[in-house]
Design a protein. Structure first.
Length: 71
């Protein structure tokens, strides 16, 4: 049985990576085979699209959030 509960996740908008880059969250979805939650986002500097596991998106790196919401 598929768990249809959506976990706490980033809302669409602009985020700053802990290394300084800016990224826009597009949406959150699930991997079709593993059902892992994934964040789809775009690099503002390069215009390229990326997908990262939600668990990694929400991590802290040396006590700092990996991504911080800006707007």
């Amino acid at each position: 049985m598929i768990d249809t509960t959506t976990p706490e996740h980033p809302r669409p908008g602009l985020y700053r990576h802990y290394k300084g880059g800016l990224y826009t969250v597009i949406c959150v979805g699930r991997h079709s085979e593993t059902e892992e939650w994934l964040v789809t986002y775009r690099s503002e500097a390069l215009g390229s699209y990326w997908v990262r596991p939600l668990s990694m998106w929400q991590e802290h790196v040396n006590g700092t959030p990996r991504f911080t919401f800006i707007e």
